[in-house]
Design a protein around this ligand. Sequence first.
Ligand SMILES: Cc1cc2nc3c(=O)[nH]c(=O)nc-3n(C[C@H](O)[C@H](O)[C@H](O)COP(=O)(O)O)c2cc1C
Length: 349
Amino acid sequence: MRRIAQRLGLRYPLIQAPMAGTSTPALAAAVCEAGGLGSIAIGAVDAKAARTAIADLRGRTARPFNVNAFVHQQAIRDIAIEQAWTGAMTPLFARFGAVPPTTLHEIYCSLNDDPDMLAVLVEAAPAVVSFHFGLPTREAIAALKAQGCLLLASATSLAEAEAAVASGMDAVVAQGFEAGGHRGVFDPGAADEQLGTLELVRILAAKLGVPVIAAGGIMDGADIRAALNAGADAVQLGTAFVGCPESAADEGYRAVLAQAPGTTLTRAISGRPARCLDNAFVGWASTTSTTVPDYPVTYDAGKALIAAARAAGEAGFGAHWAGTGFDRARPIPAADLVALLVQEAGFDA
Ligand SMILES: Cc1cc2nc3c(=O)[nH]c(=O)nc-3n(C[C@H](O)[C@H](O)[C@H](O)COP(=O)(O)O)c2cc1C
């Protein structure tokens, strides 16, 4: 146990999850300085912005940190499906005095299709690089390993985890069904076993030869202990950090986090299954039977709707990603949260 913490020289086997749009260099640096591993996500930005974010983080901490990239397949475009989708959203936009975009775009580029992004990562050589939605190319893995980067990939099943290990990943993030945000499933069209975090950790820890990092629904020290007892080498927490003042979550997101009745796994916001707080967008999504376009094309429409709602003063409408443990979130500064988690988990005892 604690092989990753040892290799990276971390005080605690605790990782703040990369959260595209929500994690910030300030959040990651606070976690690094508190003895954990902070992360930033570059899946939603271009190479130039990624370079700036990495430099910003490096300016705030000399400790190791994680940079996370998306490695999804290219969207399969179907104009009829996309038009039917924006058509179904028209009444929703109308609520905010807006209209849906006439055409949708593939707003995010996978690392596997973005040589500029790979060049930024290779040049910056963060201590850890992690991947979501799939695996990078053999060339990318070789280039990052040559720079000394420790490589992690999310997996939601044994098959994905075994593929990750076979590709050369140094450790696997076991993302359970409780997790907030996008499920890291490699193929969103395939059947999903929906394994819970502890069950997935047990399976992967027994079968894989590499360290397993537990992610999903971990909110306090007791959850951390349970994950480590199930065989995890480290834990990764996302939702627990959303409410920290250093995150980029806006007031609407923070308000929903404090009072949502629950969470729902939906494709309707981005095109891939993602766990979101039950807000007005999720409520609408549960009533539509229209076929959802591919990721990230759907997200283009989703983001336009969120912007229209916000412009009309409706804050409770958003990609409010969160895991099932959201109601146990403690919105305190990240350093204080790490200290509390460490004390609850008995790491220093
Ligand atoms: C707001 C939010 C954004 C996320 N964005 C990413 C991301 O960009 N990359 C990634 O690998 N995982 C992302 N995740 C998933 C986390 O890596 C992790 O699996 C999840 O947060 C664990 O579950 P928890 O939220 O219950 O702690 C995100 C999670 C949240 C809550």
